[in-house]
Write a protein that binds this ligand. Sequence first.
Ligand code: AMP
Length: 292
Amino acid sequence: MMYVVEKISDCKATLAALRHDGDTNKRVGFVPTMGYLHAGHASLIERARAQNEVVVVSIFVNPLQFGPNEDLDKYPRDLQSDLALCERLGVDIVFTPTVATMYGQEPTVLTRVHVDRLGEHLCGASRPIHFDGVCTVCAKLFAIVSPNYAYFGKKDAQQWRILRQMVQDLSFDLEIVPCPIIREEDGLALSSRNAYLSPKERHTALILHDTLVSLEQKVLVHREFDASRLIAQAVEQIDRAPGVRLDYLSIVDDRTLSPIDRIEPEKDVLIAIAAYVGTTRLIDNVEIRVER
Ligand code: AMP
């Protein structure tokens, strides 16, 4: 039986009933989403299902994490098909709050959660309020659901690292579980925003993954470690491609998320890209580590 709840109090009450079983507390796995679910989301839900007795999915398009000129109003939605997928995957509770439920009729939430430093580069640089919005909604959702584990996709490389920091700094009693990026057969990372792409743009969008694979090869196979040079060459290529506007391409330290000039052996680095294909902003990344 799957419960679909819209109110915070209902979500808490339903969870309390499912969580407590005599003296034992069941493990609760939580997958926060903005809906329009695809196989990437499904992989997180399956992982949560495998590791917990109770699985909660939230579906909430969070206005706090969208900038004024972003796609909040046209963000794709399909609650019926989302619920059908959740049901198939054996989700226990789907939490579908409205904006008023989360933030009041007038925005009455005066609190923002901000994580320093980790949001300075990559997506944080071009989306200044984005991660404060993500942290604020996740802090609120974590307070409502009190999960033992919260599952996030590595597609949003900066997001799960920032949330891991928030959880540590604010002593949330849960673990952030990063999960692998699910891709189409040709390499395009699944995203709800792929729905915006025309067939031609869908083809053009391959440049994100292709760029990452080629950089990964240059580093791991050809052992080119000059990060600034690698980036400059790749950027030049992307700039020549029609229909794409690069937001950023960066090689950053996996821990600090700050750009590095040189890739050192035995240090984890992240190569991350964001680009507009037409008007659609897409992101992707790979984690690499050079052995000595
Ligand atoms: P969203 O609905 O876009 O906010 O995403 C909800 C969660 O699904 C986030 O943790 C994302 O990182 C994750 N996610 C989105 N796309 C993918 C993907 N292609 N592979 C794995 N996880 C994903």
